[in-house]
Design a binder for this molecule. Structure first.
Ligand code: COA
Length: 245
């Protein structure tokens, strides 16, 4: 691509952050707002990532995009996911809630492939891998952690393939729906040698036992331990603004 063509793409689609075989991570641009709002209005997607299980209204998602997603992306912590072949915007991913824990500097990973026809084609796995590389190589983090509902085996399989391992589980009560949510906690640490772990590059994590298997009694580490320990026994009230993406 010529420099000029690259500049035109960057102006329309956002700055290129990281490129994989299937997807590119780019900074978000205001033009992404419409797709973002459509994804967050989808009940099926809400059930996979929102702790309150509720889709966002247009007002809520506009506020979320304008006040959280765009600024976070401008600072290099949130990325639009584009299919590499056509450049189509398919999702969003982010590193948030950076905190110091026993493992070092740690961020919470979030992702949603909002275009449902793009599910199950490897895009989410690669986008996860790219975001993790960004965490370790650009932001010099020591750990990336995430939360995923136990009723989301596709996400658990993708994370496991990238190298995430389960560190705990807790239960949340969604009062409005009289629903109990099982939330699996996973983490991926930077290799002891300071390099990104091999598993991230090979993307061949072992996922045996993840969907059905639930280990009881593992504690989460660090700052949020007090509110979640022991992991499986703790019930946390769903926070209306909270997501696992
Ligand atoms: C979760 C998500 C990011 C995964 O991305 P994706 O592109 O659909 O997933 P991939 O194609 O990369 O990988 C899916 C994996 O799940 C597996 N899978 C698919 N359906 C499955 C099922 N019902 N049970 C178990 N595994 C399943 C696939 O085989 C694949 O694993 P493999 O590579 O080991 O074979 C994406 O589906 C998404 O954004 N969903 C909606 C929002 C969401 O769930 N966000 C995550 C919140 S924590």
């Amino acid at each position: 691509m010529t420099d000029l063509a690259g500049e035109v793409v960057e102006a329309a689609q956002g700055r290129l952050v990281r490129r994989g075989d299937l997807v590119e991570l780019r900074s978000h641009v205001p033009a992404n707002r419409e797709a973002f709002q459509r994804w967050y209005a989808d009940p099926e997607i809400a059930a996979l990532l929102r702790h309150d299980q509720e889709p966002l209204t247009a007002f809520q998602s506009k506020g979320y995009f304008d006040t959280f997603i765009l600024p976070l992306s401008a600072r290099g912590w949130c990325y639009a996911i584009h299919e590499r072949a056509e450049g189509r915007l398919v999702g969003t991913t982010a590193l948030t809630d950076v905190t110091n824990r026993d493992a070092g500097r740690s961020a919470l990973f979030r992702i949603v492939i909002g275009e449902k026809d793009a599910w199950g084609r490897g895009l989410g796995t690669e986008a996860t891998r790219l975001a993790v590389e960004e965490a370790f190589e650009t932001h010099d983090l020591d750990e990336v952690r995430l939360e995923v509902f136990s009723h989301n085996p596709r996400a658990i399989a993708a994370y496991t393939r990238v190298g995430f391992v389960r560190t705990g589980e807790h239960v949340e009560w969604v009062a409005r729906r009289r629903l109990e949510l099982r939330v699996v906690e996973m983490a991926l640490a930077r290799g002891d040698d300071g390099e990104t772990p091999e598993a991230v590059f090979q993307a061949d994590g072992d996922r045996d036992g993840w969907v059905e298997g639930v280990e009881v009694g593992q504690e989460t580490e660090g700052a949020d331990r007090a509110s979640r320990s022991p992991a499986i026994e703790t019930k946390r009230r769903a926070d209306d603004s909270s997501t696992v993406e």
